[in-house]
Design a protein. Structure first.
Length: 91
């Protein structure tokens, strides 16, 4: 019986890539990019055959998280601006 020291599994890297693509294209919630990022980081250490997929998954999930952060900051800034204008104009 021959045992291999290298693993040919690529499930975590593939899942990270799929979550990254779906997070960007479908605008999934904040949870999906976080899960995809964690899976990508786990895959980089455990699955040498999935390094490329894990790398792309990490990148796409980081982009999706950055998009959520930018949208959240813009939403808070515009809301604060509206409240401030309402308070200073007496409305």
């Amino acid at each position: 019986m021959v045992t291999s020291t290298t693993s040919h599994r690529t499930g975590l890297g593939t899942a990270s890539l799929v979550l990254g693509i779906c997070s960007l294209l479908a605008g999934w919630t904040l949870v999906a990019p976080i899960v995809g990022l964690v899976l990508g980081v786990m895959s980089r250490g455990r699955e040498p055959m999935a390094r490329g997929r894990a790398g792309w998954g990490i990148l796409l999930n980081l982009l999706a998280l950055a998009l959520w952060i930018v949208l959240g900051v813009a939403f808070l800034a515009l809301g604060s601006l509206a409240v401030w204008q309402g308070a200073t104009q007496g409305n």
